[in-house]
Design a protein around this ligand. Structure first.
Ligand SMILES: Cc1ncc(COP(=O)(O)O)c(C=O)c1O
Length: 419
C-alpha cells in the first residue's frame, strides 16, 4: 500500500525490495523444519563460558574504558592480534593497515560508500555473496559477472568482462559463499596478473579461509599482489612480507570463528585507504562497540582462538562429510554438487531448466529448507536450477534426516510419475 512515505524515499532505495525467496525463507524458522538455508555457525560451539569469564575480567579491570566512546580505528590490542594473525597467512600489515568494523558486512558497506558512484560497474563472481550485492545496490552500482567452476573464478572469461571497465572486482577465494569452491593457486596468480594489467583493484572477502578441513592453505590474493609489486615469487606463507601496499583490499571476520553475534570484522588495506574508511565509518557508527572488542580480545588472546578454530574445523569437517555421504545416498541421478574443502556451504545444481524456488516450496512442505540459487545472482544474470546448502548449523543426525527428506522431494520433481 502506498503511504506518503513512499514518495519520500531516496532513489537508491528503489532496488532494495523484498523478494519472494526471502518471504519463503521466513517459513523456514518453524521448529519442525531442518534448515540448511542460513549461514549460521554451530551454536553449541560458541565458547559461552570463555565469554562469561572474559566479560567479568573486562568489566573488573577496564570497566570505564569498555563503556566509554573510543577511537574509530578499533581497540589497539585487538588490531595487534589481527596483525599477528594475518602475519601467519603471509600478510604483513601494521596496525595502521587494520580497521575494526561492525562485522565484515559493514566493511562491504564502507567499500561501497568509499568507491561506488551511481552507475559504476562492479565485477563479481557468478554466483556471489548476497550481502555484497545488497550493500552495493544501495550505492546504485551495476554488476557484471564472471562464472565460477570447481577451481573458482573462470579466469579464461575474465578479460572480456574487464573490457566493460569495472571499478573493482569482488572475489571470495576460499570456500566461496555460496559455491563452496576455492580459487586454485594458478588462477590466483593469473587473476593478480590480469588485475594489474587492467589496473582494476580487487576486494578480497575471506570469512572462511581459516576453516580449511584438508589440503594446503593457498596464499591470499593480497599476498600475491604484494609479491608482484615487490618483484618476488611467493614461496612460503609463514614468512611475513616486508611491507603492505597494493591493489587489493582484504577483509575478514570473527563471525565464523568466534561468534557472529559479536558483529566484529576487519579490513586490511593500505594506510591511506584505512584513513578514508575511518572517515566513512565515523558517519555510520563512530566506532564498533568498545565493550565487545575488548571482550573478544580477552577471549581470543593467548592462543585460545587458534585452538577453538581447530575444534570448529573438526566439527564442520564431520558435518560436511555426512552431508556429502547423505547426498550420494539420497539424491537422484542428474543432480550435481560441489565438494568444498572447507567453509560452511556447498552448491547443488539441478538439471537445466529446473526452478529451485519452486522446489523450495515442496521442500518446505516436507520440513526441509535451502536457499535457491537465484538469490546469489545480480538480477540480469540469474540462473534458477541451483541452490545452496549449509552444513555447519544442523547436527549430524539432522543432516542425514534432512538430506533424506530433500532427496525424496528431488526424486519427485525429477520424476513426476512418482507423485
Ligand atoms: C562472503 C561473506 N562476506 C561477508 C559476510 C558478513 O559477515 P559478518 O558476520 O562478518 O558481517 C558473510 C557472512 O556470511 C559472508 O559469507
Amino acid at each position: 500500500m502506498s503511504t506518503p512515505w513512499h514518495h519520500r524515499y531516496a532513489q537508491r532505495t528503489q532496488r532494495m525490495g523484498s523478494s519472494m525467496i526471502r518471504e519463503l525463507l521466513k517459513l523456514t524458522q518453524k521448529p519442525e523444519i531442518i534448515s540448511f538455508a542460513g549461514g549460521l555457525p554451530a551454536p553449541e560451539m560458541f565458547p559461552v563460558e570463555a565469554f562469561e569469564a572474559a566479560t567479568q575480567r573486562v568489566l573488573r579491570q577496564h570497566g570505564s574504558e569498555a563503556l566509554q566512546y573510543s577511537t574509530t580505528e578499533g581497540y589497539l590490542p585487538l588490531r595487534e592480534l589481527i596483525v599477528e594473525k594475518m602475519g601467519r597467512y603471509g600478510i604483513e600489515a601494521s596496525v595502521d593497515n587494520v580497521l575494526i568494523t561492525s562485522g565484515s558486512q559493514q566493511a562491504l558497506d564502507l567499500i561501497g560508500k568509499l568507491l561506488i558512484n551511481p552507475g559504476d560497474l562492479i565485477l563479481t563472481e557468478q554466483p556471489t555473496y548476497l550481502g555484497a550485492l545488497q550493500a552495493w545496490r544501495a550505492y546504485q552500482a551495476e554488476f557484471s559477472t564472471v562464472p565460477i567452476d570447481d577451481d573458482g573464478l573462470r579466469i579464461d572469461l575474465l578479460e572480456e568482462a574487464l573490457c566493460g571497465g569495472p571499478k573493482f572486482m569482488y572475489v571470495l577465494p576460499n570456500f566461496q559463499n555460496p559455491g563452496g569452491v576455492t580459487l586454485s593457486y594458478e588462477r590466483r596468480l593469473a587473476l593478480i596478473d590480469i588485475a594489474d594489467r587492467y589496473g582494476v583493484p580487487i576486494i578480497e572477502d575471506d570469512p572462511y579461509g581459516e576453516l580449511r578441513f584438508e589440503g594446503e592453505h593457498l596464499p591470499p590474493l593480497v599476498v600475491l599482489d604484494a609479491d608482484k609489486l615487490n618483484g618476488r615469487q611467493y614461496t612460503n606463507h609463514s614468512e611475513p612480507h616486508s611491507y603492505f601496499k597494493g591493489n587489493v583490499i582484504y577483509m575478514s571476520t570473527f563471525s565464523k570463528t568466534l561468534a557472529p553475534g559479536l558483529r566484529l570484522g576487519w579490513i586490511v588495506a593500505p594506510a591511506s585507504v584505512i584513513q578514508h574508511c575511518v572517515m566513512a565509518k565515523q558517519g555510520m557508527d563512530l566506532h564498533t562497540s568498545s565493550f565487545v572488542q575488548m571482550v573478544a580480545y580477552e577471549v581470543a588472546k593467548d592462543g585460545f582462538l587458534a585452538e577453538h578454530v581447530r575444534q570448529i574445523r573438526q566439527v564442520y569437517r564431520e558435518r560436511r562429510d555426512i552431508m556429502l555421504a547423505a547426498m550420494a545416498e539420497f539424491f537422484p541421478p542428474g543432480v550435481r554438487w560441489t565438494q568444498p574443502k572447507g567453509g560452511l556451504f556447498l552448491w547443488v545444481t539441478l538439471p537445466e531448466g529446473m526452478d529451485s524456488t519452486a522446489v523450495l516450496q515442496d521442500a518446505i512442505a516436507h520440513n526441509v529448507a535451502f536457499v535457491p540459487g537465484a538469490t546469489f545472482y545480480p538480477e540480469d544474470a540469474q540462473q534458477t536450477n541451483s541452490f545452496r546448502l549449509n552444513f555447519s548449523n544442523a547436527t549430524p543426525e539432522q543432516i542425514w534426516e534432512g538430506i533424506g527428506r530433500l532427496g525424496r522431494v528431488l526424486e519427485k520433481v525429477l520424476d513426476p510419475v512418482l507423485v
